[in-house]
Every structure is written in structure tokens, then in C-alpha cells.
Design a protein around this ligand. Structure first.
Ligand SMILES: Cc1ncc(COP(=O)(O)O)c(C=O)c1O
Length: 410
């Protein structure tokens, strides 16, 4: 093989991977039609159509569209009646919103460790994290790979907890033939720019529970109730409504999603197979009960001990030089300055709330699996798996090349 591109050799790849977002004249037409209709918000016929179609696609009875994945999570927690003095178990390997949505509802996030192979919340870690204040678990389908929903469901049943799925990265993902989102009590999705279904910013809450879905709908629409008066407000709510332009884009994207998900699954499976020959990297393990992966990310663990301890940053730079975009991923969430410096708000609530009683000290949290995994992780974005089989082979070839010639970088 020729020298590494980082040292002046020929890169494995010089052409770009498919771009994201994907759009064509369908989006252009839908946006112009929405503009010309003059209906940009209420009564929101496109939003209602999207809610129906998205719920059906995700095997849920109901879906409520809203402004972001973060607000979807907040709506789900509020709808469960969880708040001051309560605790919610969350994984430490996720985007910050999974934990801040808890704090913003005046509840306390409690971190439980992840599985070293799937990088998802480990159901075996739940028992030890439960206290008399625990009310819910938020499993995150990391990178679009469904969590062990059987294990999480059992733990929830045992302790009488709600399950709020953070499916913000998991559009089209399936556990045992059923789409994620309404497997738990509620499921939250994001339509932010990078996501596999996007309108720039947006979110949705899915559920099979009519009462919960109605509560979410009411809270996100200033406490109104469907079919009742415009100036009648039945509960505490705010405005987290999606607008018609967002829904117009999402209706187009939803039509492409099944084919894109199938393509990502084909290429993701191929990449996993090809990387079996490279022991220095360990791709995210996919449980056999996962029947569709969303592949929002293709995460791998880079095991530097196979490369004489070549630092991960050098491995990453070498891959990038070979023409493969990649990044480092998250750090353990409890290490964020937000938690370390206890920057919750003027009075320190909810962490020092008298209703909670026992102030959590996140500086003492150390979860060994996430600490190890965070130091080894390398991420590839979903758009890399939207290409051809050869595009996928290029990713594997570049990884194999860097691993084979790592001593040129020492
Ligand atoms: C796992 C996870 N949870 C929550 C969110 C929050 O979604 P949003 O950015 O739409 O608020 C994201 C988005 O990045 C996410 O990846």
C-alpha cells in the first residue's frame, strides 16, 4: 500500500461523500405552496398530516410535532408529571439535552453506565441507580442503534418507572420488528439539521398512550385542549408548536426515509463485515434483536494498544487525510462544566432543592465503561452510509491502511 496521505501519500479517496441534507424540487414546490397558501401556522394542516404519517411510520398511535428534540424531551417529562424532588436515570454517553431536559423540569438526572459494546444504557446498571425518588429512565438509542428495550422494560417494571425513549437519533430504527418511540411510554425525536429526517430544527413526541399524548399536545399548545376554545387554557403550557414550513419539509423527507434507512443498513452491515478483518477497531455491536438500525452514526472504538499507543487524535487525522470525514464524539456528560460548576440557576435548584433533599455531587461520579469508551471513540456520520458500496469499501480500506501503517505516525 502507498504511504499514508498524512505523510504525503495518495489518499484512499479524493471525491466527497453524499451531501446532507438531501432535497429536490419536491421540497421547493412544498415550500412555495406553503408560502403562497398564507397558512404558515395555526390551523396547521401540514403539521397534522405529518403527525399522522410520522406516528404511522413509527408504529405509534399518536405523535405530537414540536420545536426540537430538546423540547420533545421536556414535554415528555412534564406529561408524566415528573418534576421537583424527582430523579430520572440517564446514560452519560449522549447529547447534553438528554440530561438538561431533566434539570429544566426541576428534576435531577442520575447517570448509569453504558454497555461497552453497544454504547447504550446498560440495563444491568439501572438497579444501583434507583432511589425512592426515581420516576423514569431515559434510554438513548445511540447513533440510531436501539437500546435493549427488553432489559430496560423489565427494570422499569420492577421499579415502577416510566420509560421515555430518547430516539432523537433513531428515525426508522426497529427493535424486534417494531419501530422505536412508542415501545416505552413516550419517545422523543429531533429533526435538527444533522438528523436522518430534518427540517433544520424540529421535534416530535410519539406515544401509544392517549392520555399522555393529549397532555403533551396540551402543554405544547399553551394549555389548550383539542376541540375546545382558542382562549381556553386547561393546564400549564407554553408554545412549542411546529410551523407549516417545517412540516412541509418533513413530509417530503419522510417519503425518502424508508429507502435511505434501507441503504444505510446495507452499507452499515457491509462496513461492519469489512472491519472484522481489522482488530484495532471495534464497531458498535448490534444486538440480534435490532431489526433496523437508523445509522445516524457509525461509531467505532479505536484500540490504540494495537497500534503501539498511537493517540486517537493522530489516528483520526490520518483517516481524515485519507478522505474520510470523522470525529471524536462525546465526553462523559457528568464532566460537563454545567455539572462540575453546578451552574443550574440562581438558587441552585433543582440540585440543592429542599424537596430533593440530598444534593448530588457530580464531581464524584466516575462510570468506568463510559470513561474508557469516550477515550477510544471515533464517529462516522450517517451521510457516509448513503453512498455506494464502493464508498463504504473506501471507509474500510482507509481504516485498514492507517492501522497497517500506523508506525509511520509514531
Ligand atoms: C441523543 C439526542 N438527544 C437530544 C437531542 C436534542 O435535539 P435538538 O437538537 O433537536 O434539540 C439530540 C440532538 O442533537 C440528540 O442527539
Amino acid at each position: 500500500m502507498p504511504a499514508l496521505a498524512l505523510n504525503g501519500g495518495t489518499p484512499v479517496r479524493t471525491i466527497p461523500f453524499p451531501p446532507w441534507p438531501v432535497f429536490d424540487e419536491r421540497e421547493e414546490r412544498a415550500l412555495v405552496e406553503t408560502l403562497r397558501s398564507g397558512v404558515w401556522g395555526i390551523p396547521r394542516p401540514r403539521v397534522e398530516e405529518f403527525e399522522e404519517k410520522f406516528a404511522a411510520y413509527h408504529d405509534a398511535r399518536f405523535a405530537v410535532a414540536c420545536t426540537s428534540g430538546s423540547t420533545a424531551l421536556k414535554l415528555a417529562i412534564l406529561a408524566c408529571g415528573i418534576g421537583t424532588g424527582d430523579e430520572i436515570i440517564v446514560p452519560p454517553y449522549t447529547f447534553i439535552a438528554t440530561a438538561t431536559c431533566v434539570l429544566l423540569c426541576n428534576a435531577v438526572p442520575i447517570f448509569a453506565d453504558i454497555d461497552p459494546e453497544t454504547f447504550n444504557l446498560d440495563p444491568r446498571a439501572i438497579d444501583a441507580a434507583v432511589t425512592p425518588r426515581t420516576k423514569a429512565i431515559i434510554p438513548v438509542h445511540l447513533g440510531g442503534c436501539p437500546c435493549d428495550m427488553d432489559g430496560i422494560g423489565e427494570a422499569a417494571k420492577k421499579h415502577g418507572l416510566r420509560v421515555i425513549e430518547d430516539a432523537c437519533q433513531a428515525h426508522g430504527a426497529e427493535w424486534k420488528g417494531r419501530k422505536v418511540g412508542a415501545i416505552g411510554d413516550l419517545g422523543c425525536f429531533s429533526f435538527q439539521s444533522s438528523k436522518n429526517l430534518t427540517c433544520g430544527e424540529g421535534g416530535a413526541v410519539a406515544s401509544d398512550d392517549e392520555a399522555l399524548a393529549e397532555t403533551v399536545d396540551s402543554i405544547h399548545d399553551v394549555g389548550r385542549m383539542k376541540g375546545k376554545g382558542f382562549y381556553e387554557h386547561y393546564g400549564l403550557g407554553t408554545n412549542y408548536r411546529m410551523n407549516e414550513f417545517q412540516a412541509a419539509l418533513l413530509l417530503c423527507g419522510l417519503e425518502r426515509l424508508p429507502e435511505q434507512t434501507a441503504r444505510r443498513n446495507r452499507n452499515g452491515t457491509l462496513l461492519r463485515d469489512l472491519l472484522r478483518a481489522v482488530p484495532a477497531v471495534a464497531p458498535q455491536k448490534v444486538d440480534p434483536r435490532v431489526t433496523s438500525h437508523a445509522y445516524h452514526l457509525f461509531p467505532i472504538r479505536y484500540r490504540r494498544e494495537f497500534c503501539k499507543n498511537l493517540p486517537r487524535e493522530r489516528f483520526l487525522a490520518a483517516l481524515q487525510a485519507e478522505g474520510i470525514p470523522c470525529s471524536l464524539g462525546y465526553t462523559p456528560l457528568y464532566r460537563a462544566p454545567l455539572f462540575r460548576n453546578e451552574r443550574y440557576g440562581a438558587r441552585g435548584c433543582p440540585a440543592s432543592c429542599p424537596y430533593h433533599g440530598e444534593k448530588p455531587d457530580y464531581s464524584k461520579v466516575f462510570l468506568p465503561v463510559v470513561e474508557q469508551v469516550c477515550g477510544e471513540m471515533v464517529w462516522f456520520q450517517q451521510r457516509l452510509l448513503l453512498g455506494t458500496e464502493q464508498d463504504t469499501r473506501d471507509i474500510a480500506d482507509a481504516i485498514a491502511k492507517v492501522v497497517e501503517r500506523y508506525d509511520e505516525l509514531l
